[in-house]
Ligand binder design. Structure first.
Ligand code: G3H
Ligand code: ZN
Length: 299
């Protein structure tokens, strides 16, 4: 089976994106992998730090291995938003294909030690450490420059509205990429975690993205894919996005369907009966995304 690097290069050349679909239960994984099999598409399973803790890193690796073999489709595994070197190291050691180091809250460069504080390692320094640990173990690294907003729903814990200062600055992206040599770079161009901000969906700043992609001809990642307009998704892929992260839409499809099952069949106590419909709903949403991202028949 071809590795993830091969699929990112193919995606960049042929202008499509691979979906990273986050999960916290085996049923969600089933829906995701069945969709990939149905449409002959590579897929990436994602676990955030919270999802990783709940699922377990070795358990996530085992699910990937078993389903990759059973369905014979390229299924990869990414640690999503690892906030420290230790967190990403654990995922690398467990057998993940890729890790995302999220140093977006850190200053780009180290802060010097001053009488008042002991100094702080910057995003670049820790990313370099992650890359050197990951590279010779054959694991890919995703870096982040700029911060993403978060909607006000209960799905994400923090509420954070994006302002100009948190959007990716083209020059900073260039410096970060040149110094760290990450494999793919996540950028903040108005994308946000969740489904809407104050009742509406903000558009992507495609002018900024064009500026970044003119300066840096590399594979990019788009976070916060849920709820993003189809037309913005297509433009982003055109400017070099090779991976799009989706979480909220999967959580909603699964949870709403499960609630409905339990409400309409209050006496049903057999999990394999009431969990089938939520699996189908996840599969449906993943198939829509695979078609939108253009990764159908790209195995
Ligand atoms: O890292 C995960 C994603 O960026 C998911 O964002 O919940 O808005 O789809 P989303
Ligand atoms: Zn994200």
């Amino acid at each position: 089976m071809k590795n993830l690097k091969y699929y990112f290069e193919k995606a960049k050349k042929e202008k499509f994106a691979i979906g990273q679909f986050n999960f916290s239960t085996f049923e969600q994984v089933k829906g995701i992998v069945q969709a990939a099999k149905n449409l002959n598409s590579p897929v990436i399973l994602g676990t955030s730090e919270g999802e990783s803790k709940f699922v377990g890193l070795p358990e996530a690796v085992a699910m990937r291995n078993v389903l990759r073999k059973k369905y014979n489709v390229p299924v990869f595994l990414n640690l999503d938003h690892g906030k420290s070197f230790e967190a990403v190291k654990e995922a690398i050691d467990a057998g993940y294909d890729m890790v995302c180091f999220d140093g977006s809250k850190l200053p780009l460069e180290d802060l010097p030690a001053m009488p008042a504080h002991a100094g702080q390692a910057g995003n670049i320094k820790i990313s370099k450490k992650v890359v050197s640990y990951a590279k010779w173990r054959g694991v890919l690294v995703e870096g982040e420059v700029g911060r993403f907003g978060t909607d006000a729903s209960k799905i994400y814990q923090e509420e954070f509205k994006i302002t100009e200062e948190f959007l990716t600055k083209p020059e900073e992206a260039k410096i970060y990429f040149a110094k760290t040599k990450v494999d793919v770079l996540a950028i903040s161009i108005g994308n946000f975690h969740g489904m809407n901000v104050m009742g509406s969906v903000p558009r992507l700043d495609l002018v900024r993205f064009e500026e970044i992609s003119n300066l840096l001809n590399i594979p990019f990642v788009l976070h916060g894919g849920s709820g993003t307009l189809d037309t913005d998704i297509r433009s982003a892929i055109n400017f070099g996005v090779v991976k799009i992260n989706i979480n909220t839409e999967i959580r909603l499809a699964f949870t709403n369907s499960l609630k409905k099952q339990l409400e309409t069949n209050p006496d049903e106590i057999t999990p394999y009966k009431y969990l089938q419909e939520p699996i189908n709903e996840v599969q449906k949403i993943i198939e829509e995304k695979i078609k939108l991202f253009g990764s159908e028949n790209k195995i």
